[in-house]
Design a binder for this molecule. Structure first.
Ligand code: ZN
Length: 128
């Protein structure tokens, strides 16, 4: 009689060659990379027009015409993505408080206070 562990292992091995499952895993890992980048550095590359722009922000929109999430103001306006979908205020334009949307209302910069956390000096403990 096979143990439960063996049965699970067999089921797992059978599921692995499924190409759909592989695609899903890729999508997840891509998301993880994006999240890491957010915390590390400023993003200024628009995924929609493929250009470096000073006003690129992250939008969690539901616009079916694009899969881009990091989008410049020009493209966001063109795609009619409301500013309420914007998640960040990390661009140079936002930092200078010059960020302004043509399409709809612009969210106030105060709503994005958590975006730029100040680095806290961590004490190095030499005594072990
Ligand atoms: Zn763009």
């Amino acid at each position: 009689m096979k143990s439960l562990k063996e049965q699970l292992l067999q089921a797992g091995l059978k599921a692995t060659p499924n190409p759909k499952a592989q695609n899903e895993r890729e999508a997840i890992s891509k998301k993880k990379i994006t999240e890491t980048i957010i915390h590390q550095e400023q993003r200024n590359f628009c995924e929609e027009c493929q250009q470096v722009r000073p006003d690129v922000e992250l939008y969690y929109h539901r616009n079916p015409t694009t899969e881009a999430e990091w989008i410049c103001v020009k493209c966001a306006d063109r795609l009619k993505i409301a500013d309420s979908f914007r998640q960040t205020a990390q661009s140079d334009t936002s930092i200078k408080r010059m960020f302004r949307r043509e399409h709809g209302a612009t969210r106030p910069a105060d709503e994005f206070k958590s975006v730029k956390p100040q680095k806290t000096k961590t004490e190095v403990n030499g005594n072990r």
